[in-house]
Design a protein around this ligand. Structure first.
Ligand code: CA
Ligand code: CA
Length: 99
């Protein structure tokens, strides 16, 4: 008879936030998310970045992020849509935008 009640200890990941301005955020996105440096962020690039963070379900998270960020529905986050990624970055990368 097992004594394992299915209770798992959870380690709290570092909650430190990285504060940056919107200008710095745009540079951050192009540096860390835009793997092929074409100035546009694809779903695959988002997924890869989430995966690198060690989070679960990177593809699902990237898909959700894409849905909210890709305003003109052309399948990529264009230059003008980068600001839409703020929420995604706050949630998954601990980034905080300061003005
Ligand atoms: Ca790209
Ligand atoms: Ca777009």
């Amino acid at each position: 008879m097992g004594s394992d009640m299915g209770i798992h200890k959870r380690s709290i990941k570092g909650t430190s936030k990285v504060a940056m301005t919107m200008e710095e955020f745009k540079k951050w996105v192009l540096r860390y998310l835009d793997a092929d440096q074409d100035g546009k962020i694809t779903k695959d690039e988002l997924a890869e970045a989430v995966r690198r963070r060690g989070e679960w379900f990177p593809v699902l998270k990237a898909w959700k992020g894409m849905r909210s960020a890709d305003s003109n529905r052309n399948g990529v986050v264009d230059d003008i849509e980068i600001t839409n990624l703020v929420e995604f970055a706050q949630k998954h990368f601990g980034i905080m935008i300061i003005s």
